[in-house]
Design a protein around this ligand. Structure first.
Ligand code: ADP
Ligand code: MG
Length: 619
């Protein structure tokens, strides 16, 4: 006898379909994958029980080797063993200024390819190999196909770097639900989006100190929505620097002048061991080559102070960026291997005046958070808050005088769309160049050009009559689309900004720092350029008026006006704002009288019953 399935009203008779979603932390040194099982996030290990997959791919002529197996080949076959491929993602060959042992092919302005024993491999293909490994690991251990994945990226990744990551995931056969900023993932892992007190805003600091990089982000959780308020960091500051500082100290203690490369490597290994030991012990013995010495906690703290102070000053800067006080911060989250150090925890505790969260393994916390978000996005969880990310640099448009008009300022939560109206500068202008700019400075030449396109077919009109709506739209993955539309005629054009290469994070940082450093200078330059543009516009309008109504002026008035015009034009050559302003004033005296005469003429005409519109035609 067949059993009847009984369904409650309002419920589906089919069992709830659980869809499989994973979170992947695609890291510079390690990558890992996590998923939510029975409501709990957990990292997935390989058949040997290993969670962390070293982000290394070795290309031999006849086979490809991954992870730990590839690690052992770094020294034996460096050219075919690709490490830290994340640093190459979304970069052009010209962007790659750091040292590496690889043979790179390709044009300067293109993403390079590695020349390997298996031919050319792009950073996207190599990252795809790593992602494929993690995908297969997840399929093996979950015994199911994967329906979707969330992949984390650094908060400072630009459009090109994000696009490259997305391409790699597609190549690996993953359905990307979303790219998620690493700090946001860490906050999700601690359930900071699940706070029951929704009436109040919560602010969180994510402090991420790894082996070679430092990143800090401030997140706000407000009315069920996460948003990144500010980010900052150092591209070359991490646990490796602490090791180097210990070696420097040891050399001094042992009165060693120089170490050769091999000796130095031995010292670094010993220093790292001692550093990690100090996370649990009060002191650590260092035995290296024929030397021996002891490092205690107070000395260690003194040695590394210079490095930790750097992280602290970045923290203070992002706090200022986010316009927050210490008392506004509800929680501080620690990410990255170096935050296991008691000294790092102590420094963070002191600067933020509270106990930081560090109960989740700092290597796994990002993947854990990614898996929780993936689970929400695939529809397994109903309590999903919408996660927002942030634009790392301001996005703007070039205006007259080589100036940047900002449409979306940096640290704006994405997705975001901003629209602004622009107009034509010249009579009868039928085309307009839309030049998309990224950066914090006021002049185009100091920022980065992301792309340009021309809006054609604007109906000829008087200067200032056309209404051109320019829209900047950044989607949830940080990809920018710019469109322009002339509203009276409806002509439009647009561009997707998916450049083949992007800004390096050090460039991002330089552009940011320059923005602060040159703020005053930029203000002066902007003022100068704006004054010039305005003066030129007035001259042009005056020119048109003279063509129509020069007859209203007496001969001496006309020559005085022309003289003032020439004087003003002459000031444009040297960038002396005072001189320009004086010449404008001078011109105004004469042009005001002319304008008054024109006005009277119009009024007279109107009083005589002539319509204003007809007036200029009938004359
Ligand atoms: P990355 O993501 O930059 O590759 P990780 O987050 O894996 O780096 O962190 C690696 C760093 O963490 C190394 O400098 C390592 O010495 C440091 N580290 C790992 N464990 C400890 C520990 N117990 N105490 C202090 N530092 C540690
Ligand atoms: Mg890391």
């Amino acid at each position: 006898m067949a059993l009847l399935q009984i369904a409650e009203p309002g419920q589906s008779s089919a069992p709830h379909e659980h869809r499989i979603a994973i979170g992947i932390d695609l890291g510079t040194t390690h990558s890992l994958v996590a998923t939510v099982l029975s409501g709990k996030a957990k990292v997935l290990n390989d058949q040997q029980g290993r969670v962390l997959l070293p982000s290394i791919v070795h290309y031999a002529a006849d086979k490809t080797v991954y992870g730990d197996d590839a690690k052992t080949l770094i020294t034996a076959d460096p050219k075919n063993t690709i490490v830290s491929v994340k640093r190459f993602m979304g970069r052009s060959k010209a962007d790659i200024k750091f040292q590496h042992p690889y043979d790179l092919s390709g044009e300067d302005n293109q993403m390079p390819a590695f020349e390997t024993a298996q031919g050319r491999k792009t950073p996207v293909e190599i990252s795809a190999e790593i992602l494929k490994q993690l995908k297969e690991r997840a399929e093996d251990s979950l015994k199911n196909p994967i329906n979707g994945a969330v992949i984390t990226v650094p908060a400072y990744f630009d459009e090109a770097q994000r696009q490259a990551t997305r391409d790699a995931a597609q190549l690996a056969g993953l359905n990307v639900l979303r790219l998620l900023n690493e700090p946001t993932a860490a906050a999700v892992a601690y359930g900071l989006d699940q706070d029951s007190n929704l009436a109040q805003d919560h602010n969180y600091v994510i402090y991420d100190l790894g082996g070679g990089t430092f990143d800090v982000s401030i997140l706000r959780f407000s009315q069920g929505v996460f948003e990144v308020l500010a980010t900052g960091g150092h591209t070359a500051l991490g646990g490796d620097d602490l090791d180097r500082l210990i070696v420097k100290w040891a050399k001094k203690q042992l009165q060693i002048d120089t170490l050769d490369d091999t000796e130095y490597a031995h010292f670094i290994v010993a220093a790292r061991k001692a550093k990690e030991k100090l996370s649990d012990a009060e002191s650590a013995d260092i035995k290296v080559l024929d030397y021996a010495l002891t490092l205690d906690r107070p000395t260690f703290e003194e040695i590394i102070k210079v490095a930790l102070d750097k992280t602290i000053s970045v923290c203070k800067r992002v706090m200022r960026d986010a316009k927050l006080e210490l008392s506004d911060i509800q929680n501080v989250v620690l990410v990255g291997g170096s935050t296991r150090s008691y000294a790092v925890q102590k420094a963070v505790r002191e600067v933020f005046n509270q106990e930081p969260l560090c109960t989740i393994n700092p290597d796994e916390v990002v993947a854990i958070g990614a898996s929780i978000t993936a689970n929400q996005l695939i529809g397994n969880s109903t309590d999903g808050s919408l996660l927002l990310d942030v634009t790392p640099l301001s996005l703007g448009i070039e205006t007259m005088g080589g100036l940047v008009e900002r449409l979306i300022s940096r640290n704006t939560a994405i997705p975001v769309a901003r629209r602004q109206e622009f107009t034509t500068y010249q009579d009868g202008q039928t085309a307009m160049l839309i030049h998309v700019i990224q950066g914090e400075r006021d002049l185009v030449e100091h920022c980065r050009s992301l792309g340009r396109f021309v809006l054609r077919g604007i109906p000829p009109m008087t200067a200032g009559q056309a209404r051109i709506e320019v829209t900047y739209q950044v989607d949830a993955d940080g990809l920018l689309t710019v469109s322009a539309k002339e509203t009276t005629s409806g002509v439009h054009a647009h561009i997707d900004i998916k450049p083949s290469y992007g800004l390096s994070d050090s460039d991002t940082e330089r552009l940011l720092l320059d923005g602060f450093k040159f703020a005053e200078e930029d203000k002066a330059l902007r003022h100068l350029q704006e004054t010039k543009v305005e003066a030129k516009r007035e001259l042009e309008a005056l020119e048109q008026a003279l063509i129509a109504d020069a007859a209203l002026l007496a001969a001496d008035e006309l020559s005085a006006l022309n003289h003032a015009k020439t004087q003003l034009e002459a000031t444009f050559a040297n960038d002396d704002i005072k001189a320009i302003e004086q010449a404008v004033e001078q011109l105004k005296i004469h042009s005001d009288a002319f304008a008054a005469a024109r006005m009277n003429q119009h009024i007279d005409a109107a009083l005589k019953g002539t319509k204003l519109d007809d007036w200029s035609n009938s004359n």
